[in-house]
Design a protein around this ligand. Structure first.
Ligand code: CP
Length: 323
């Protein structure tokens, strides 16, 4: 594949709001042939041979970190995982000193996750490497949004006017912020359903508010996107108990029967709190897209790495990164 794109070379991917609909569509279209590769016995292409990708995760991750690692390896890049707990960060090294050190090793891409909003952007301003935001605080998770949109488009290629409801803990969710940006950009009709204490005033004006499961059924979306209850980020009691949350806002076994009868697709970014956002049986539902989202994450992240290659090559031509 040629790395030529109709867009100015982009150094970093920090938020969906930096992108136009055309650029998002271009990245999603690029992910399609990358997913086709997965059916082959050799799942690799030489696109990023000789490039180095560094996973810089200051927060735990299962899906995003391993997905970036596999994506980079399928593009033939060399991958290094920086583990904060065994690094000099625990001796008090600052973020910028860590970045300077890693920059000196001529890393081409830094994949950054941090509990504080804005850290990937801060690093991007400081380094010549391409930085991809792998989730920062409550702020953004752009590659999650891309893989979600990719998954939805596989089922519903015409996204304009398609309804999707996002349920649960919007307040603490970087996934939700990037979700609103990308789904709006692609012309979807978006609603939220969750405890009033977890649906902030900052939800964009174009989003419909649903106040009960009956209202959700009446709105009749073909896609229901469940968010994880982010217990580790909650400083207060936002609802009486987990059982109460599941009863009022979760996909209980009873509600699942109704959604299944209607053929509704269920999405979730993971990790899932079983028995909280959803009942166990939802996980094995034929229209649960949760594992497809994970699989598509690799293709979407391959497309993102690929999308940034013109900038990486430009830096190399200018002698800023050694060949
Ligand atoms: N969806 C997601 O970001 O999962 P991880 O925290 O496991 O990366």
């Amino acid at each position: 594949m040629s790395a030529e794109t109709p867009f100015p070379p982009r150094k970093d991917l920090l938020t969906i709001s930096d992108l136009s609909r055309e650029e998002v569509t271009h990245i999603l279209d690029t992910a399609v042939p990358f997913k086709d590769l997965f059916k082959r016995s050799v799942k690799k292409v030489p696109t990023l041979r000789g490039k180095t990708v560094l996973n810089l995760f200051y927060e735990p991750s299962t899906r995003t970190r391993s997905s970036f690692e596999i994506a980079a390896k399928r593009l033939s890049a060399d991958v290094t995982n920086f583990t904060v707990s065994t690094s000099s960060v625990v001796k008090g090294e600052s973020i910028l000193d860590t970045i300077d050190t890693l920059q000196a090793m001529q890393v081409d891409y830094m994949i950054v996750r941090h509990s504080a909003s804005g850290v990937p952007e801060y690093i991007a301003r400081h380094t010549k490497s391409s930085v991809i935001n792998a989730g920062d605080g409550h702020h953004a998770h752009p590659t999650q949004a891309l893989l979600d949109a990719f998954t939805l488009r596989e089922i519903q290629p015409q996204t304009d006017g398609t309804r999707i409801v996002i349920c649960g803990d919007i307040l603490h969710s970087r996934v939700a912020r990037s979700f609103f940006d990308i789904m709006h950009l692609l012309g979807l009709d978006i609603a939220v359903f969750g405890p009033p204490t977890l649906v902030p005033d900052t939800v964009p004006d174009y989003v419909t508010h649903l106040h009960s499961f009956d209202e959700l059924l009446e709105w009749n979306p073909p896609f229901v996107y469940l968010l994880r209850l982010q217990l580790e980020r909650q400083q207060a009691n936002f609802f009486p108990s987990m059982r109460e949350y599941h009863r009022v806002y979760g996909v209980t076994t009873e509600r699942f029967k109704i959604l299944r009868e209607r053929g509704v697709y269920i999405m979730h970014p993971g990790p899932v709190n079983r028995g909280v956002e959803l009942a166990d049986d939802v996980m094995s539902y034929e229209r649960s897209l949760i594992n497809t989202q994970v699989e598509n994450g690799i293709a979407a992240r391959m497309a993102v790495l690929y999308h940034l290659t013109p900038q990486v090559k430009q830096r190399q031509q200018e002698g800023e990164v050694s060949l």
